[in-house]
Each structure stands twice: as C-alpha cells, then as structure tokens.
Design a protein around this ligand. Structure first.
Ligand SMILES: Nc1ncnc2c1ncn2[C@@H]1O[C@H](COP(=O)(O)OP(=O)(O)O)[C@@H](O)[C@H]1O
Ligand SMILES: [Mg+2]
Length: 277
C-alpha cells in the first residue's frame, strides 16, 4: 500500500469552532459562532448593531480581556493552533491585526509617526519597506504624511488605521466597520484598496460590516450574525441573489433602500439587496 496522502483540506488561516463569549461572567454575547477564513481569502461578518460582530473580533485578537469578556466555550484556531490562551501582543506577533471600530489613530502624531509607532516590534529595514507598501496603497497618506492625524478627514483616518495594522506584517487583517460614517465614494475607494491588498499581498481579510451591500461586493463569502448566532453563511453571490430561505425570506417587496444604508435590527440582507435591482 502506498503511504497515505495528507487530507486535502483547503488551508484555513482562522477557524472559530462554536465559540461562546460572556461579559462579566454572566452576559452571553456570543452563543456559538463558527466561522472560517481560508488562506488568502476575504470573508465578511455582517449584522446589525449589537449582533456581536465586534465581540467576535475581540475574541480573535484577545482584546476581550480588557473588557471583562471571556471565551467560555469553543476554540479560536489560527493556522490550526488553538490561540485561546495567548495575550493580544502574542496574537499580533503571530500575524493577527485588528483595526478597531472608530478608526483609532494617534491624533497628535503625523501619519508618518503613526505608522512608525505601529511597527515597534519590527526592524528598521522592515519598517521602511512596510511604510513604502502602505504609502503605495494609500497615496493620500503619503501626501498628508506631515500633518497631524487629527486634521485628516474621516476617510484618511480610516486609511491610516488600516496602514497601522499593515505595519505589523499581518497574515490576517480584521476590520471592524471601516465604512462607518464615510461617504459612499470613500467606502468604495477604501474597499477597492482592501481588495487589492488581499489579491496582491495574499493577505487574508475578515471584514465586519453593517453595510452588507458594499461588503458583499468585495468578499467571497459572508456570515450573517444575529443576537450572537450565525443565522446564515454562504457565498457572496448567493447572499446577494438568493433571498428565498431563512431570514432572507422576510424580503420586503417594492421597498426602496439607499444603496449604502446600514443593516438595522431585524432587517435582513435581502432588504438591502433589493436596492441593487
Ligand atoms: N464590554 C462589554 N460589556 C458588556 N456587554 C458588552 C460589552 N461589549 C458589548 N457588549 C454586548 O454584547 C453584545 C454584542 O455587542 P457587539 O459585539 O459590540 O455588537 P456589534 O459589534 O455587532 O454591534 C451587545 O448586546 C452588547 O451590549
Ligand atoms: Mg461593533
């Protein structure tokens, strides 16, 4: 008999296996979420305000501890390794970058200084190379590199927050609602850049969004989360075009929604997707 070949599973960067998250020991925010991000893939986690999207990202980056949150059950696996006991810093070193909601940057520092501060754990040569890479994807940051970040526009601050994450040379980039509060043309611009980085750098992306319509334009798969549970998981194409099952059946015919409207509680992907017709 020939030696058995390894099981041909598509390689995954990230795997959440039925995780539960509690805050303050009692408050169950995530009630069994499973989710995969394939190597080099781009996946969206969609849901209304309060559904559990940010909590899920914090479970992955380890930032839950700062908010008295805890993964009570299930596993967070990064490259098939259970990382549940690692500190947030150790997870950054493994290659997990988490761009927080609200585009946090050091407002008194320039973009250049922000990028340098984000790469403290890298060598000078790495830092210079990464900085060039960030500026090549975000030329506007290069133009504004010497003005205080607090004076940048919302879109430029979001670009800088993403640039800071890229300075850590991540393998997985997690973005928490990058479109929030930005004009549609800027959302489109930033999403196209994220898409390019994914393709050209092979960087895997987990994109958290309420703006399902914009997110489904650039990801291959999407998960819809409601009240701490994944209620739907499919390809982006199927999510865009198949409103027949589950929550999508609550489609409201004939109702117009602005193209970039965020998901509201109890609204569905289909409510939004009808806008693209
Ligand atoms: N630090 C916290 N302490 C207690 N409960 C929290 C905390 N952060 C979030 N929650 C609760 O967890 C649930 C999910 O919140 P969150 O993950 O922020 O949702 P989303 O990012 O989808 O808007 C909500 O009910 C929210 O009130
Ligand atoms: Mg959130």
């Amino acid at each position: 008999m020939s030696a058995s070949s390894p099981t041909p599973t598509a390689s995954k960067v990230l795997s959440l296996n039925n995780i539960e998250v509690v805050y303050d020991y009692v408050s169950l925010a995530i009630k069994g979420v499973s989710l995969d991000v394939p190597q080099g893939g781009m996946v969206a986690l969609l849901g209304a305000n309060g559904a559990g999207k940010s909590t899920t990202l914090k479970a992955i980056s380890g930032l839950l501890v700062a908010e008295r949150g805890e993964v009570r059950r299930g596993e967070v696996q990064f490259h098939d390794r259970n990382i549940g006991t690692l500190s947030p810093q150790q997870r950054v070193q493994l290659g997990i970058a988490h761009v927080l909601e609200g585009r946090r940057v050091f407002e008194h520092l320039t973009p250049e200084e922000n990028l340098i501060a984000a790469s403290a754990i890298r060598s000078r040569a790495d830092m210079a190379r990464n900085k060039e890479m960030v500026y090549s994807y975000f030329p506007r940051l290069h133009e504004r590199r010497s003005s205080a970040a607090g004076y940048l526009s919302g879109g430029e601050q979001q670009m800088l927050a993403i640039g800071r994450a890229l300075m850590t040379q991540p393998k997985l980039l997690m973005l928490d609602e990058p479109s929030l509060g930005l004009a549609p043309f800027l959302v489109a611009e930033i999403f196209q850049i994220i898409s390019r980085i994914n393709r050209e750098e092979g960087l895997s992306v987990l994109l958290v969004e309420q703006n399902a319509v914009a997110a489904l334009e650039i990801v291959s798969h999407g998960y819809l989360i409601e009240s701490g549970r994944v209620v739907m998981h499919d390809t982006a194409e199927a999510l865009k075009s198949n409103p027949d099952s589950g929550v999508l059946s609550r489609r409201r015919k004939g109702k117009e929604f602005p193209r970039h409207q965020a998901l509201q509680p109890a609204e569905t992907l289909a409510d939004l997707i009808t806008t693209s017709e």
